[in-house]
Design a protein around this ligand. Structure first.
Ligand code: G4P
Length: 288
């Protein structure tokens, strides 16, 4: 697939900050819980997590399952479990899957609990570090686990907060970490995935190119989404801009005689994906 090239601005400082924060706090926790966007489990992972987490038991949350392709989510679950990670699928917005969290942590840390019990420390809370890129749903998830408004949620990519401990009644203490961006950004694809899923502001990228490449991805993996939503057959030879133009035509996004508004179409496409109107679509697969 010939994706269009894009210039992506990136901020290496965030990555260093994220690493330092994890390194400074890892000794205080019993386990590390990484929240990933189920639509982009590769791009939403911290590439250094294996090194940073050391030998701490780990749980991966595949969040936004409501927006992801269930088959792909199941495949990701298998792959992550093969790597020795405990995996949960959640939709933090509705709360689906969230009640499994506390039991999953207790299973993961059964040895630790037995150790506490042997020392007579019954009731000592298990401490879990919660990690995740901005906007992946950390606050929403924590609020649902806590059953109250413990963390501030909002759709503001790049907004950072300080770290905070949150006590959950179920014998758990969660260490909420600030929303920090960390993916290694040498890859254009990671940048695109983060922009499409709102982890970074799409404004730092060229929207039209982002939309064009997204169309190419749709044609490759979910052509039925183009057919059903935009009412045309995506031609195999067309480039991403041509696909956007075709969709703009069908929508009647005319700028002048015979000229269609590709930028508006790109915005519409990304907005509709965000709102789940294209169906449950995953953008990365375990065997790529
Ligand atoms: P953060 O702390 O990791 O930065 O993320 P936060 O919880 O603030 O969530 C960011 C947005 O994602 C919120 O949307 C939240 O409702 C939504 N969200 C979180 N988890 C899920 C999920 O599992 N499924 C879906 N569909 N959405 C989820 P928002 O700012 O209220 O607006 P909007 O993005 O819903 O329009």
């Amino acid at each position: 697939m010939n994706y269009e090239k894009m210039n992506i601005q990136w901020f290496p400082g965030h990555m260093t900050k994220a690493q330092r924060m994890i390194e400074d706090n890892i000794k205080q926790v019993d386990a590390v819980c990484e929240i990933l966007d189920a639509r982009i489990p590769r791009s939403s992972r911290n590439p250094d997590i294996d090194r940073l987490a050391g030998d701490k038991p780990r749980l991966v949350i595949l969040n936004r399952c409501d927006l992801a392709d269930p088959k792909a989510t199941a495949a990701w679950r298998r792959k992550l479990e093969q790597q020795g990670l405990a995996v949960l699928e959640t939709d933090a917005k509705s709360g689906k899957g969230v009640k499994e969290f506390a039991p999953a942590v207790r299973r993961l840390l059964a040895d630790k609990l037995a150790e506490y019990e042997a020392k007579g420390q019954v009731g000592r809370p298990l401490r879990v570090m919660i990690l995740g890129i901005p906007n992946v749903g950390k606050s929403t998830f924590i609020n649902k686990v806590a059953g109250r408004k413990a963390a501030i949620a909002g759709d503001k990519p790049g907004v950072t907060r300080g770290k905070q401990w949150i006590n959950i009644d179920k014998g758990l203490d969660l260490l909420d970490t600030p929303g920090i961006l960390w993916p290694k950004f040498e890859s254009q694809q990671v940048g695109e995935m983060l922009a499409i899923t709102n982890a970074i502001k799409a404004d730092v990228l060229d929207k039209e190119t982002l939309g064009a490449n997204f169309m190419l991805r749709l044609r490759e993996h979910y052509p039925e989404a183009i057919r059903e939503r935009y009412k045309f057959e995506p031609e195999a030879e067309a480039n991403g801009f041509e696909l956007l133009e075709e969709a703009a035509k069908k929508r009647g996004f005319l700028v002048s005689r015979g000229e269609y508004d590709i930028e508006r179409m790109a915005n519409t496409l990304l907005g509709e994906y965000h709102d789940g109107k294209l169906g449950k679509l995953t953008l990365e697969y375990p065997n790529e």
